[in-house]
Design a protein. Structure first.
Length: 319
């Protein structure tokens, strides 16, 4: 096992046990060719890998997602990253809690630990480099000096290419039980919530306001994967490049309340979303964030267009 620790070049909260990153996710889709078109248009580096596809961001060798082909769309598993020196302690915690450890799913080689959350979602916890940011990332939306042109010709606009996977939002039958489980087992912390309808959770070793969120639904599933870009202009250009290729359903431009990020969501061919996101709140490892519980009207967006009627519909629960 490659030595990946929190001791050299990486800051780590001392004396606390918890995952440090959302390392990757695996989604089954009905048509890999359709998926490749969607995610290439979105601005990701899509690579053929075995019988599936890997989703990367340009300039990075980190694989953020694995796409497999099946009869219908399904969030198959989440993979979380852990420092090597915490692996044995995490295993003992899981076993002491009575959670059953599983074999890796067929076709996936792994030296990590596999388990189900309380609602049947498969989770991998593995030794991995910290892919969540260790400081707040740059926000590039700025003005120009007098006498200069601040924009560019549309014909010269570059393709928007996200910098990293920021977070994912997962459907769950019980938000409050998900909070308890992911705090107790994975060492995540609650950032904010809105009753039993939605919650946002961060990593203890420094992460964005949320690296994973949970929204109430009858069954598990993927609501959206969120991808970090440099600023508001990149969000708008990304929305345009998707609409130009026929991917014009979604929601945005707007600004969230919990997390504070600017956003535009693009609906994928299977009813979930990919989000262009910029300037999300950051929680350093030295700070204990005071979690709030907000009413629904204060938990979703500060400004933006009306929410689409089916925005929180879980198509994976339709059977």
């Amino acid at each position: 096992m490659t030595a990946i620790t929190g001791k050299i070049g990486i800051t780590k909260r001392p004396g606390e046990l918890g995952i440090h990153s959302m390392d990757a996710f695996n989604m089954i889709v009905p048509d890999l060719t359709e998926a490749e078109t969607f995610y290439r248009t979105f601005g990701l580096d899509v690579r053929e890998e075995g019988d599936g596809l890997g989703l990367y961001t340009f300039g990075s060798q980190h694989r953020w997602a694995i796409l497999s082909e099946g009869s219908r769309k399904k969030l198959n598993f989440l993979s979380f990253g852990l420092f090597e020196e915490d692996f044995d302690a995490m295993k003992k915690r899981i076993e002491a809690d009575g959670v059953k450890l599983l074999d890796a799913p067929k076709g996936f080689d792994s030296n990590g630990m596999w388990l189900h959350d309380p609602h049947g979602l498969l989770i991998e916890i593995k030794v991995a480099g910290k892919s969540s940011p260790s400081e707040k990332v740059d926000f590039l939306t700025t003005s120009v000096a007098p006498g200069q042109m601040g924009s560019m010709q549309r014909s010269k606009a570059p393709q928007v290419r996200p910098r990293r996977l920021a977070h994912i939002l997962v459907f769950t039958p019980d938000v409050l039980e998900s909070i308890r489980f992911y705090c107790r087992i994975l060492g995540l912390r609650l950032s904010d919530q809105s009753g039993d309808g939605i919650c946002f959770m961060h990593g203890i070793h420094g992460s964005d306001h949320h690296l994973v969120a949970f929204a109430k639904s009858p069954a598990p599933g993927l609501h959206h994967c969120s991808w970090d870009v440099g600023g508001i202009n990149e969000i708008g250009l990304g929305a345009m490049q998707m609409a130009d290729k026929g991917f014009d359903e979604g929601w945005g431009l707007g600004r969230h309340v919990l997390g504070s990020n600017y956003f535009h969501y693009v609906k994928d061919p299977w009813g979930s979303y990919s989000e262009y996101s910029a300037d999300i709140d950051y929680i350093p490892l030295t700070q204990d964030w005071e979690a709030g519980d907000y009413p629904a009207e204060d938990s979703i967006y500060l400004w933006g267009p009306d929410i689409p009627n089916d925005f929180v519909h879980n198509y994976e629960a339709d059977g």
